[in-house]
Design a protein. Structure first.
Length: 134
């Protein structure tokens, strides 16, 4: 798990690798929390880490809120000396989703992927979480 989750590990984690033309190009990660306060805290930590990301190799970090994905969503396009990537994190009901795509400095492709995930989550994650489902 990313270090953002060290103090508050999720109750359920699903990670899917994203491949483009047969090569790894990123990850889509789904984290379910039963406790809404923990969910809020972890989401805030992820957004803070995205918006305050620093590195000696950092060239540019464009980041901003997105209003039409999930209940809250945040995007960052990061350009470093050796790699570009985009990350989008959003919250929907009991879930946090984080998507990371390499070589995608803009938000269109990652936003479309996130919208599709959000539509599916509305059907699944917004149902009250029952501990028997884990």
């Amino acid at each position: 798990l990313p270090e953002d989750f060290a103090l508050d590990p999720p109750d359920l984690t699903i990670i899917q690798e994203i491949e483009i033309t047969g090569k790894w190009n990123g990850d889509a990660m789904l984290f379910i929390y039963k406790d809404p306060l923990t969910l809020e805290s972890v989401y805030a930590t992820i957004v803070d880490n995205i918006s305050n990301f620093t590195s000696p190799d950092l060239v540019k970090n464009d980041h901003y809120a997105i209003e039409d994905i999930g209940e809250h969503a945040y995007f960052a396009g990061v350009r470093m000396t050796d790699v570009n990537y985009a990350t989008l994190v959003f919250r929907r009901c009991s879930a946090i989703v984080q998507i990371i795509l390499l070589h995608n400095p803009g938000d269109y492709e990652i936003s479309e992927y996130a919208r599709k995930m959000d539509e599916r989550l509305q059907l699944a994650a917004c149902v009250e979480i029952n501990s028997e489902n884990y």
